[in-house]
Design a protein around this ligand. Sequence first.
Ligand SMILES: [Zn+2]
Length: 397
Amino acid sequence: MTASAGPGVRTDVVPVQPGQELPSGVAAALSAVDPARLVALLQELLAVPTVTGSAAESEGQHQLARRLEVAGMQTDLWPVDLAATTAHPDFPGMEAPRDEAWGLVGTWGGEDGPTVVLNGHLDVVPVGAADAWSSPPWAGAVRAGRVLGRGACDMKGGLACQVVAVEALREAGVRLRGRVQLQSVVGEEDGGLGTFATLQRGYRGDLAVVCEPTAGSLVTASAGALTFRLRVPGLAAHGSMRTAGVDAVEKYLLVHQALRRLEAVRNEGASPLMAHYDVPYPLSVGSVRAGDWASSVPDLLVAEGRLGAGPRRRPGVGRPRPTARVASRGARRALRLGPATADRSRGRADRALRTRRRQARPRAGRVGGGRRAGGGRADAGPARRVRLRRQVTRPTP
Ligand SMILES: [Zn+2]
C-alpha cells in the first residue's frame, strides 16, 4: 500500500462538491487519521505470517481482536465449528487443511440506522521463493513511500485502513445512528471460509465495503471464481508402440479447446459493469500433470483450473443447458475415448463442467476408433488398469 498520504490525507473520495465545506464530523474524522499509526498497524499485521491454513491465521485474529477491543468496539471472537461449516451445502470450499479457524467481528454504533460492513481478510498466500524478495516478506519495510511485505497490498493494507478509519471516527467524536461492523476473516485465499462462517454466525449488513486492492478505483461489481479438477484417463502403453495405448494428453487437448468455447459462452452478455475487460469471467487452467515415465503413453492427466462467474451468478447455475451442451459437444470426440471427469477442488465447478457420462461411455471393444489394447474397458478400475499396462508394456530399451 502507499504510505505517502502524509498530513494531507486524501479528501477527494469524500462526496462533496469543490468549494463545499465538509460536514464537521467528516472533517474531524479525516483530521484524526494518522498515517503513521496506519503504517504501524500494517507492520504489526504483517509481522504475523498469516499464510492461509496456518496456525498464524488464528494468532493474527487474536492480535487484531485486542486492537478492536482497545478501540472500544464490541468484539466477537469465536472458534469456527469447522465440521458443521464445511458440511454445509452452501460451503464455498477450502483448499488448505485446518485444525481450527477463528471468526472476528467488531461492532460499533447505534441501533437507529443501517449497518455498514467493513470486510477484510487477514490470510495471505505463501511467500514463494524467499530469496526473490527484495526485503523480508514479514518485516513491512517502508521504501519509496510504500510498505513492502506479503499481504501489504492484498489485503492487510485495506484491513488496517478499515481499523484506523473506525478509530478516527470514534476519536473525532462522531456518533453513528447506524452501526459499523468490522469483519476480519481468514480462509479467503483458499475459498471463503471466514466470510461464510461470519454469515453463518448471523452477521448481516445493509452495505458492505471490501478493501481489496483496486488501484484506488471504486469497484461496485466483482466476478467470482471457483476451482475445479479434471481427470482425463488414457491407457498406458510403451512409447515404442504408442498406438496401442490412449494418450491422455491428446485427449486433454480436445477438452481444452472445448473449455475455451465454454468460456466464450459464459462471457456472452457480461455485466455492463465488467464489459471493459477483454474476458470478464476467465476460465483458466493453471496446472496440468500427466504421465509418470518418459517412454510410456500417459494413462492419466489431471488438470486444475478456475472457473470465473459473473456477479449475481452462481457458477454452474443459471444457464446450465448451454454450458453443458458446449462442454459435451466440444469434448465429445475426446470423451468417446473414455469419460473425462470433473470435480470441485474448491468450489462447485463440477456442476458446470460435469458431462453426461452416458453419452461419453466408450463403445464396447473400441477406444478412440482403434483397437483397445488388452480388450478391456478404457475406464477400468486400478487393478484392471495395472493388468492392461502389463499386457501392453515392454521393457525400456
Ligand atoms: Zn484479497
